[in-house]
Design a protein around this ligand. Structure first.
Ligand code: ADP
Length: 474
């Protein structure tokens, strides 16, 4: 796969600074691994603060002209980038499976989803409207202009190597911002391929920059720079808090997508098939490694046994293996550190016979809210089942967490759907659906799950300043 990608120019191993591919200044490299085999794929540049500062300068220079382009021009560039992502869909999907491990079919899904953010941003670029406000005095006219915030630092995780970048960079560029991207060191190759395609799309040098290597050094340089006016981050709550605290020094705008602890509530009046399929999708997508993956499956007592058995059977049928193999539903976990996280185990519960990073899809029955598995994000293919009696119980259990990102309910009652959807302290609620994320809808968390929204028209606001202009003495 690697050599095939090399011939199409999409296998990049250097950072991108001001339109030039660059090694680390001290020549340092790190390896990128295939999580299914543990073999190294390539060595990539291991950058730090110096390269980051140059990338920030390049973004700052490029901002002067990029922010002055018309919306129609930016829209065309983004559309071209989207088209190229789609032309290279197969290769990009292979790259994702190679460095991240998810089944190829899911990787294709991620390209469609991830490229969708660029397409949406291309369309939305033309709809950044201001306002005219009726003036309180007759000789005045009041206007509201929307302007780009400036240079953006975007730090992204490994679970969606393309989509976590495009959902930030698409709207940022559409609004007239320039960016310094720091992809995860575990999955930088997809990010670099996407950056290469941004160049091929004609997006001017310096508008998109990529640095990777020493995460804390790069993060510190982004945070310290007064030229970076916005930090957008997806990743762990601990790192998010650190970036937010660091941003206080220069009062940067901050958007954060942090951890979740998604409840998936199955009521007695749910359609069993819909609930099992939805739960399976919500729990086991990307081997449980998404921040909206169901973390607690909260099931009403009347349907509990039937649901637990049906879920166990469905999970048992999922094929575990290398994401490149036909019919595989569960790839490896990203690395060995991810395997350690673990009631009554009714299926699975240990390392898969394929060994290394493969974990058996697991169902655990009779879990309660106090257990660690209910309190922490598992980020793996482990489905804990909790039992409840009343709707009030379910809501209380579901909201008993500092996180508040994704949530799911299964019921055939319209009244209950609304009641529970309104009561859940979560940014996203799926009713009878296990996969609801799309570029046209807002994604973001309540409580400690984050700040701001990505995707949709709301996601554009994260990259815009509001300017009030008063025209007086008319
Ligand atoms: P995850 O558990 O999803 O890997 P992390 O928060 O560790 O979450 O990683 C998300 C992103 O944050 C990655 O790109 C990672 O390299 C980066 N990161 C980790 N530590 C820091 C740091 N101190 N400063 C800036 N970025 C960091």
């Amino acid at each position: 796969v690697a050599s095939q990608l090399n011939s199409s120019g999409l296998l990049r191993t250097q950072g991108l600074i001001g339109g030039k591919w660059s090694d680390a200044y001290d020549g340092k490299t790190i390896k990128v691994y295939n999580p299914a085999t543990g073999e190294s794929i390539v060595d990539i540049a291991c950058m730090g603060g110096r390269e980051t500062n140059d990338a920030i300068s390049a973004a700052y220079d490029a901002y002067r002209s990029w922010s002055k382009t018309t919306a129609a021009e930016r829209s065309k560039f983004l559309r071209k980038w989207y088209d190229l992502l789609m032309v290279h869909k197969e290769e990009l999907a292979q790259l994702i499976t190679l460095e991240q491990g998810k089944p190829l079919k899911e990787s294709i899904g991620e390209i469609n989803y991830g490229a969708g953010f660029i397409e949406f941003a291309a369309e939305e670029a033309k709809r950044i409207y201001g306002d005219i406000i009726p003036a309180p005095l007759s000789d005045r006219r009041l206007f509201v202009l929307k302007q780009p915030v400036g240079v953006v630092g975007a730090i992204t995780p490994w679970n969606f190597p393309l989509a976590m970048i495009t959902r930030k960079v698409g709207p940022a560029l559409a609004c007239g911002c320039t960016v310094v991207i720091k992809p995860s060191e575990l999955t930088p190759l997809t990010a670099l391929a996407a950056a290469e395609l941004s160049i091929q799309a004609g997006i001017p040098a310096g508008v998109v920059n990529v640095v990777m290597g020493n995460a804390p050094d790069i993060g510190d340089a982004l945070i310290a720079s007064p030229q970076v006016l916005k930090i957008t981050f997806t990743g762990s709550t601990a790192v998010g808090k650190k970036l937010m605290a660091g941003s206080a020094e220069t009062v940067k705008k901050v958007s954060l997508e942090l951890g979740g602890n998604a409840p998936c509530i199955v009521f007695d009046d749910a359609d069993l098939d819909v609930a099992v399929k939805g739960t399976l999708a919500a729990k086991f997508r990307n081997s449980g490694q998404t921040c909206v993956c169901a973390n607690r499956i909260i099931v009403q007592e009347g349907i509990y046994e039937k649901f637990a058995n049906a879920l166990r059977d469905a999970v048992q049928n999922m094929k575990v293996g290398d994401g490149f193999s036909e019919g595989v539903a569960q790839g490896p976990l990203i690395n060995e550190a991810a395997v350690k996280k673990g009631a009554k185990v009714i299926l699975g519960g240990k390392r898969h016979s394929l060994g290394f990073t493969f974990y058996e899809p697991t169902v655990i029955s009779d879990v309660n809210s106090e257990m660690r598995i209910s309190r922490e994000e598992a980020f793996g293919p482990v489905a804990p089942l909790l039992r409840f009696k009343t709707e009030e119980d379910a809501i209380r259990i579901a909201n008993d967490t500092n996180a508040g990102l994704g949530s799911y309910i299964f019921t055939n009652s319209i009244q209950r759907s609304w009641r529970v959807a309104e009561a859940l302290e979560y940014g996203l609620v799926g009713v009878n659906e296990g996969v609801i994320s799309t570029e046209v809808a807002p994604f973001g968390g309540y409580k400690q799950s984050g700040l701001g929204r990505e995707g949709s028209k709301y996601g554009m606001d994260e990259y815009l300043e509001i300017k009030y202009v008063c025209l007086g003495n008319m």
